[in-house]
Ligand binder design. Structure first.
Ligand code: ASP
Ligand code: MG
Length: 406
């Protein structure tokens, strides 16, 4: 007997037929003698619709009421999943965030999980009952409903798996695993049978949309064994595991891309102490995240500073910078949202030189100009013009030997 968490994403519970199909997968685990907690997302599209309604009513909505509205999608699927299981003869009960309770901080719309009380769910297990948990939601310090940020039901599932000390957390989604890159763009993309937590974390935070970044972070910290798989096929998925569980290590495991970037160049700022602080301080104060940064050396005491922010923050970032123009003193601002960030990722980089060189050479051979570069221990990212996304991904995929099964 094992304890398992199964999480079904929006496309896996998009309609009644699919909810029934997901319920059958739960029943298989129950029939195998396992204790099962199920975490569900809202039906595909439902959360977008709820978000849209809050915008129509009030663009500058109160985040507490936003959470009341957008958490509703998961309540519906939790109830429908419990009912579908009951029809199959499986003892099942639904749980909303506040009923568990799954406690979070008070940052409405983007709350972080603080504690998961598993007592009630474990009592149910003892009676052979499946717990069906509404993902994406919790209860804040003031007793109000909170939500965990878009895609947050992945994090609900991992938090529950950690708290329950589950043997496995299966994330059912519409793709059958984690690929070397987006298969919709690169036909030769390969499914990875295993990927390390570190690589998955970089993949997720650099734009691969399979898992919410925070869920991977949490899985890594609590050593939760994650499996990403499709609810529509029986193909084995991708296991997200510790590095020492991976025998064949590739230097580069995957290539991610993100179109959520925008670039700002601050032209001709003074090259003197305090300028970077005067620019990035106000951005941070306005909760605008800065990602990549380049600064040139100056010849005449003036220099250009280029950096990236999230695309949805671009207008706000420009307004903040304009407002501190008197203090910073620059010639002009050049915003550009026609960019994409491409990242090559792999733990093998720690022990192999030349990964960055190969990336730069491959892009140069295709005539693609690199605008900004940033690196970490297991990642090299470049910012390029958006129209080269496909060309760059395909060329890099080939260059790093990812076109054939590893
Ligand atoms: N339903 C929420 C969303 O669409 C949470 C999730 O699906 O993970 O963002
Ligand atoms: Mg999702």
């Amino acid at each position: 007997m094992a304890r398992i968490v199964q999480k079904f994403g929006g496309t896996s519970v998009a309609d009644i037929e699919r909810i029934r199909n997901a319920a059958c997968r739960v029943k298989q685990e129950v029939d195998a003698g396992n204790e099962v907690a199920v975490v569900v997302s809202a039906m595909a599209g439902a959360t977008n619709q709820l978000v849209e309604w809050t915008r129509q009513v009030n663009r500058l909505h109160d985040a507490r009421e936003y959470d009341v509205v957008v958490a509703a999608g998961e309540q519906v699927t939790a109830g429908l999943m419990a009912l579908s299981l009951q029809v199959l003869g499986v003892n099942a009960r639904s749980w909303l965030g506040w009923q568990i309770p799954l406690r979070t901080d008070g940052v409405h719309g983007k709350a972080r999980i603080e504690a998961v009380d598993t007592a009630a769910i474990e009592l149910g297990f003892a009676e052979g009952q499946v717990a069906v948990v509404a993902g994406f939601q919790g209860i804040g310090p003031c007793g109000r409903i909170t939500t965990l940020g878009r895609g947050g039901s992945d994090t609900s599932a991992v938090a529950l798996a950690a708290a329950l000390k589950a043997e496995r957390c299966d994330i059912f989604t519409d793709v059958d695993g984690v690929y070397t890159t987006d298969p919709r763009i690169v036909a030769k993309a390969q499914k990875l049978s295993r990927i390390t937590y570190e690589e998955m974390l970089e993949m997720a935070s650099q734009g691969a949309r399979v898992l919410q970044t925070r869920s991977v972070e949490m899985a890594m910290n609590h050593r939760v064994r994650l499996q990403v798989l499709s609810s529509f096929t029986d193909a084995p998925g991708t296991l997200v595991v510790d590095e020492d569980e991976i025998v064949e290590k590739r230097i580069v495991s995957g290539i991610a891309y993100s179109r959520d970037e925008a670039k700002i160049t601050v032209q001709r700022v003074s090259d003197r102490p305090g300028v970077a602080a005067a620019i990035f301080g106000p951005l941070a104060d306005n909760a605008i995240n800065v990602d990549m940064i380049v600064q040139n050396v100056s010849e005449d005491g003036k220099t250009d500073l280029t950096f990236t922010v999230g695309r949805s923050d671009l207008d706000r970032a420009v307004a903040v910078l304009e407002s501190c123009r008197p203090v910073v003193g620059f010639y002009a601002l050049k915003p550009d949202s026609n960019v994409v960030k491409i990242s090559v990722i792999g733990v093998g980089m720690r022990s192999h030189a030349g990964v960055a060189k190969q990336m730069f050479q491959t892009l140069a051979d295709k005539g693609i100009n690199i605008q900004v570069i940033s690196t970490s221990e297991i990642k090299v990212s470049v910012l390029i013009a958006a129209e080269y996304t496909e060309l760059a991904l395909r060329a890099l995929h080939t260059a790093y030997g990812l076109d054939s099964p590893g």
